[in-house]
Design a binder for this molecule. Sequence first.
Ligand SMILES: Cc1cc2nc3c(=O)[nH]c(=O)nc-3n(C[C@H](O)[C@H](O)[C@H](O)COP(=O)(O)O)c2cc1C
Length: 356
Amino acid sequence: MLLIFMNHSCIQKLFSIKYPILQGPFGGGLSSVELVAAVSNAGGLGGYGAYQLQPGEIEELIADIRKKTNQPFNINLWVNDADIEAAQLSDENYAAIANNYKPFFDELNIPLPPKPEAAYSKFEQQAEVILKCKPAVFSFVFGIPDKTILIECKKQGIKTIGAATTLDEAVTLEEANVDAIIASGFEAGGHRPSFLKPAEDSLHGTFVLVSQIAKNVKTPVIAAGGIADAGGVKATMELGASAVQIGTAFLACKESGASDIYRSIIFSDRAKYTTLTKSFTGRLGRGTSGVVAENSSNLPTLPFPLQTKFMSPLRKAAEEQGKTEMLTYWMGQNASLVKFKDVNTLFKSLLQGFDE
Ligand SMILES: Cc1cc2nc3c(=O)[nH]c(=O)nc-3n(C[C@H](O)[C@H](O)[C@H](O)COP(=O)(O)O)c2cc1C
């Protein structure tokens, strides 16, 4: 354990944390203050996925987290949080795309919802809150913030983490002078955060991606995707990662914002099969296979985040009617390896593994 921690002490020093273990931030209401605090208090870096929150809500959130931990934590945003087309979807386009999904709504005896309201990016205003409230770490996906934001973070001592799904993205992040780079392999749960090429053309496994990036950039690399136990931590660190970011295994813990249904699916046989689908949000993400994902792979989607809004009544009705087999629940390929149900036990197991 000591040897690995000493080799990678740059991350601990950079973020002022005891162990090189980051809890992956979750969007979609699945992060929680309790989870962030539990991970940061255990000596890792807790993270909150805040991209859906209004700027004022992020300010309150940061104050709430500070009531539960005095340790460093990470606030995560999406740089590209709304497709341009989401500002101007015509009624005709909406009807043409929505109609393809009618059989799924019919199956639940619910009508197709009305066209969702136009959506616009909140990122610039959210980033102002980051600069005002100064969390220790600010991580972002789907692009790189404007130079002025990154320079201001440096001035204020806020450490920045960008996410790469290809070596080219990692090099671009290094040129932007971020403090650390997540190497996000396609095993990972949730959205593929590609920003140079389409996500479909940027699918690399964690081992390949970590190795490529660690060999070609000087910025510390954080491995993410498919890591659920100490063996995964050790393996990715041997490939050159300075830390790991673990998502699905923390999502399964009782402290996360996941519902009881969601958690039970992580611990069920369904967790053995995950797929990449755009059908629920309009952007490619990994979650459980399900009837909708399996039967809609060729259908066009509304722009992000309108597809999410469009599908939300379907999600709600399917859960209320006990038809969860229709839905995709975001989780990684490692979901069926997940064992622990609370942060302290999971965290201890990751550390004990190092000892062995
Ligand atoms: C439900 C869910 C939501 C996620 N939302 C975000 C997000 O908003 N921002 C982000 O940077 N990463 C997000 N991720 C990715 C995680 O932070 C983490 O990098 C990933 O889960 C690691 O892979 P693993 O699930 O195989 O452990 C999400 C992952 C899941 C499972």
